[in-house]
Ligand binder design. Structure first.
Ligand code: CA2
Length: 163
């Protein structure tokens, strides 16, 4: 079973309680419930966590190395500032999908730059909470494809050895 880690960055714990015209009315726990439901229905093991602390997110990414096959992250404000989160994702080399509730490219200029996009497998921006489910779907398909290729390569090598 694929194991996926979902990380929510700073202030996302306020979802549904403030700035509803921008970020919508769905709370973070409701987002996490829909992620858990999607995971159950698609045979995925998913763990979701939120932190307001950059270093904590970095530590969780580092620790994901032996525990998770893929990461979905909404780095929130750190998207536009954090070399540390970018470096952690690059260092662990776990396929990572960047998610944003809003379309960051339609917002203020400073949100157009993502430090994360260059080390991410993909970026999903503007679909609201559905973006997390799209990220899980894309990541699971990518990881399943990668497993198939590595199994085929291994069996090809085995056949060659025995030929
Ligand atoms: O669109 C997104 O998902 C963002 O990552 C959200 C970040 C923002 O800094 C990024 O540019 C785009 C902000 C998350 C703050 O979430 C709040 C939720 C409710 C109330 C206040 C903030």
């Amino acid at each position: 079973m694929l194991r996926l880690l979902v990380l929510h960055g700073p202030n996302l714990n306020l979802l549904g309680t403030r700035e509803r015209s921008i970020y919508g009315t769905t709370s973070l726990s409701a987002v996490n419930e829909s992620i858990a439901k999607y995971a159950r229905e698609h045979g995925l093991e998913v763990e979701a966590r939120q932190s307001n602390v950059e270093g904590e997110l970095v530590t969780w990414i580092q620790e994901a190395r032996d525990r998770f096959d893929g990461i979905v992250i909404n780095p929130a404000g750190y998207t536009h500032t954090s070399v540390a989160i970018r470096d952690a994702i690059a260092a662990v080399a776990i396929p990572t999908v960047e998610v944003h509730l809003t379309n960051i490219h339609q917002r203020e200029e400073f949100r157009h730059k993502s430090f994360i996009a260059g080390v991410a497998l993909a970026q999903i921006s503007g679909f609201g909470p559905t973006g997390y489910l799209l990220a899980l779907e894309g990541l699971a398909a990518h990881l399943a494809g990668a497993r198939k290729v590595s199994r085929a390569t291994a069996s090809g090598r085995k056949k060659k050895r025995h030929a």
